[in-house]
Design a binder for this molecule. Structure first.
Ligand SMILES: [Zn+2]
Length: 211
């Protein structure tokens, strides 16, 4: 990296790793985009809650190795759990699966359940393991369920919007399609599902409205 780019990164908070990946994948995304349906709409966000005001469950998890501290936060990445069935899953189970991958522990920072309950997963200050080559400056949110198979429940979609809005406020992130990503915007994956991904622009709009 040249000194010039380093200086730009320091001054403007540019994050070359994910910005570049996002640009590269833009065209590819268009092909992957699936259509909206009348069966589902993103719920409007009526109120705004800060991270401190949101009810966020805490689970005690043991992480097996040291994790790097995230130096900044420029974007939010939304995932689905994407198991073979569209079911809820608890945080310790995802933690165990990710330990099985040889990771320090659960890779997402938050898990949002189908009933709208939000749980803290990997501590927010650490670099996650959820979007290959795009973890350094991002926060990862996982929605339980498989949204290639079904639409998310209202409560869950609402909670994801609330959490995304709170994170944007907390980290002074301007909501846009360059700061709020579905996992497929950054890596070659169907995550967060064909039935949910087309609603991300609506989510971004709703988040913008309450900030
Ligand atoms: Zn994902």
């Amino acid at each position: 990296m040249t000194a010039k780019i380093l200086a730009a990164t320091a001054t403007f908070g540019l994050f070359p790793d994910f910005a570049e990946a996002a640009r590269k994948d833009k065209d590819k995304d268009k092909k992957k985009k699936s259509k909206k349906s009348k069966e589902f709409e993103m719920p409007p966000l009526v109120d705004f809650k800060t991270l401190d005001e949101l009810e966020i469950g805490k689970v005690n998890l043991d992480f097996t190795s040291d994790m790097d501290v995230r130096e900044g936060t420029g974007a939010v990445v939304i995932h689905h759990a994407g198991l073979s069935k569209d079911v809820d899953i608890d945080v310790p189970s995802i933690h165990d699966m990710h330990l099985g991958n040889g990771w320090a522990g659960i890779g997402y920072h938050f898990v949002v359940h189908k009933d709208g309950f939000i749980e803290q997963a990997r501590p927010l200050k650490y670099v996650g393991a959820h979007a290959y080559q795009n973890n350094k400056y991002t926060v990862g949110i996982c929605m339980t369920g498989n949204y290639n198979l079904a639409y998310p429940p209202f409560e869950q979609a609402f909670a994801v919007e609330q959490l995304t809005a709170a994170l944007c406020k907390n980290y002074k992130i301007k909501p846009s399609d360059c700061t709020i990503f579905g996992h497929r915007d950054l890596n070659d994956t169907s995550c967060p599902g064909d039935k949910f991904y087309p609603y991300l622009p609506q989510l971004i709009k709703n988040v913008k409205k309450v900030l």
